[in-house]
Unconditional design. Sequence first.
Length: 157
Amino acid sequence: MIQVGDSIPDATITVIDKDGQNNVSANEYFAGKKAVLMALPGAFTPTCSETHLPGFVVSFDEITAKGVDVVACLSVNDSFVMKSWQDNQNAEHIAMIADGGAALTKAMDLVLDTGDFGGVRSRRYSMIVDDGKVTHLNLEEGGSFEVSGADTILTQL
């Protein structure tokens, strides 16, 4: 599993942001930036839509005021779902990362297998990435939502 001090792996992701939708290498995308990355099991799911992503939407200005270049949200969903969720959540300033085939999630060994309920998903976490290296990792256990929110990230910046 990815740890503090590790580099973001080389896996192809789809980023939906102000520049449109682009397929990029994850390690190239995070290189040269200070980034906050949050990940969650699924777009349009209860905790993800009611608490996790909204916390980062509300705290976006405060986070970027601390020197963060990009705030990103990853889910194992396709880019169309992620774009629709971005619009639904008024999260146009959050870079949405569609990890449709779970390439990055698998490369970081942060897979949550929900079986018939939803299949392979991402575990819930947040991290700070500085020039491609993980400096903080806040990984939730079980179905909890206690350590991966925007409030935790703000104390770590």
